[in-house]
Design a binder for this molecule. Structure first.
Ligand code: C2E
Ligand code: MG
Ligand code: MG
Length: 286
């Protein structure tokens, strides 16, 4: 989809200022209608334990099912949704749907997994996230320990003391927290110690460098060591090949997520992956 996005962006910037403004309004209008009509779907990407090869988690990733333009990826609309106040209803739908789906898989007898949901900065700052997760957990009947909220360093660092309070209240309800895109923002290490988090997600940009000769894997190695010393779990995002996986396993990384194992897929394609318990065992052991 990077290509399609690139094309969209090119078309967008070649417009005059007025037509550009009009295009933004048009997208906002369509997005608002999509939220009203529920034209979204969640895809799920497995998070696999490097020792057992088992799927231990899934990240829920939202897609817009546009009636004319087809599937649109979040990079093209989350920012717009944030700007025009649509991220709250959209984020609420994502939270409810992710919890509902996770509980449905558990009820179907599939191995339980932790469902990770991305929060936007606005959702986090608006301080409604505690209420939202409480509602989604109550409505779905999912036990809170099977829900993980992904936050970013930037969301936390804007007002650290407040963010720690919000995180502590969330954790008190039983949900887990992880830091997404870790290493790309700037969080002070002294604060990190005070965050009631469970997991660090190593950003794809650092993982991409692994396994290519001449590239320095120092950042990945350092993040894994940091996580270990703070007794946090660590997952690498964006793992695309066997050599990256092998390096991560040698360094003691707990889990991986990436195209090497699976792209994000719809619920109907995810369930069979989950049903084949230990599905990735051979691939991960290789
Ligand atoms: P993220 O949270 O860092 O999610 C990981 C992104 O990397 C996903 O893109 C995923 O499809 C992609 N990815 C995973 N493995 C690989 C790989 O091996 N290679 C490559 N090239 N890419 C990989 P996606 O689904 O397009 O989502 C982009 C971003 O949009 C997410 O980044 C997240 O920040 C945001 N997002 C997605 N869903 C939601 C949502 O429900 N709410 C909010 N607030 N943001 C969301
Ligand atoms: Mg994420
Ligand atoms: Mg990322």
């Amino acid at each position: 989809h990077a290509k399609a996005e690139g094309r969209d962006m090119y078309a967008f910037f070649s417009l005059s200022m007025t037509s550009r403004a009009r295009a933004v309004l048009q997208v906002r209008h369509e997005l608002r209608r999509a939220v009203e009509r529920g034209q979204f779907v969640l895809h799920y990407q497995p998070q696999v334990d490097l020792r057992s090869g088992r799927i231990v988690g899934a990240e829920a990733l939202v897609r817009w099912q546009h009636p004319e333009r087809g599937l649109i990826y979040p990079g093209s609309f989350i920012g717009i949704a944030e700007d025009c106040g649509l991220i709250e209803p959209l984020g609420a739908w994502v939270m409810h749907e992710a919890c509902r789906q996770n509980k449905a898989w558990q009820d179907a007898g599939l191995p339980p997994l932790i469902m990770a949901v991305n929060l936007s900065a606005r959702q986090f700052q608006r301080n409604q996230v505690e209420q939202l997760t409480g509602e989604a957990i109550a409505a779905s009947g999912l036990a809170p320990e099977w829900l993980e909220l992904e936050i970013t360093e930037g969301m936390v660092m804007q007002n650290v003391e407040l963010a720690i309070e919000v995180m502590q209240r969330l954790v008190a309800t039983g949900v887990r927290l992880s830091i997404d895109d870790f290493g790309t923002g700037y969080s002070s290490l002294s604060y990190l110690k005070r965050f009631p988090i469970d997991k660090l997600k190593i950003d794809q940009s650092f993982v991409r460098d692994l396994g290519q000769s001449g590239n320095n894997p120092a950042i990945v190695t350092a993040i894994i060591a940091l996580a270990k010393s703070m007794e946090l779990k660590v997952i690498a995002d964006g793992v695309e090949d066997q050599s990256q996986m092998a390096y991560l396993r040698r360094q003691g990384c707990d889990e991986i997520q990436g195209y090497y194992l699976s792209k994000p897929v719809g619920a109907e394609r995810f369930a069979p992956l989950l049903a084949a318990d230990g599905h990735y065992g051979a691939q991960v052991a290789a």
